[in-house]
Design a protein around this ligand. Sequence first.
Ligand code: G4P
Length: 286
Amino acid sequence: MAIQWFPGHMAKARRQVTEKLKLIDVVIELVDARVPQSSRNPMVDEITEGKPRLIVLNKADMADPVVTDAWLRALKRDDIEVVAVDAKHSKGLKQLMSGAEKLMQEKHDRMREKGRNPGPIRALIIGIPNVGKSTLINRLAGRNIAVTGDRPGVTKRQQWIKMKGGEMELLDTPGILWPKFEDQMVGYRLAATGAIKDDILNLDDIALYTARELSARYPEQLKERFKIDQLPEDAVELLELIGKKRGLVSGGYVDFEKASELLLNELRHEKIGRVSLETPADHDMA
Ligand code: G4P
């Protein structure tokens, strides 16, 4: 997604979310289950302060289920529910609904005691580009909606989208927030999973980062995929070996760029299996 985040855009994105908060009951914060911390906006706690929040670990179908369970526990707070979802294949949407209902339960019970009907839960989806906001809105709505983000200079009337079953209504324009790009490791994790374009960071560096991470976290999956008996300790040697195994050699040399592309493609298309590139323990959150 080609959004250039200048300070002016960040301020505007923040203002747009703040304005919408007045209209809604629950914030649905979407993150990538493979990199839940790196795919969050660094200021999200501050931006959404005071609103009950549902953190949705999306693309859970591609993430390591054991690590996802650890994230579900690590991110839970009194006013924060956490669920894992695969929006693409409509999995986990019931848990998402129950999570939102749980957040609103006390308030709704009080309203019912006073004889008032709480009505549907009104929610806003927020998240950095590419975490699956449009996909989730479409799946929750049960139909394809042309989801557009707020863009500078474009004003659009807000519309509520009724969810299947009617228990929830979503604002049709999700809040698009910026990632924490000043942290280089965040950049590598987002690039490895395909959330940011390869040309923002150097391709070889992303591939070397990926080779190192996969060797450390998922050595058996890596060995099996590339038919390697013993993984070389050095990431450059590992990439060369992967290149050789796949015949990416010309004039006696491994084509490093092609080997890099191959490794990243295989990771992003789940050929190396389900993989998570950060755990709560990496962030002292376990
Ligand atoms: P955004 O609005 O937050 O920017 O994200 P969007 O919904 O456009 O989703 C970005 C990409 O992530 C899309 O892939 C989408 O299909 C994929 N995606 C979204 N949710 C999930 C999920 O739960 N699991 C998996 N595996 N993928 C998911 P794309 O390659 O850009 O498009 P397409 O080839 O799927 O059409």
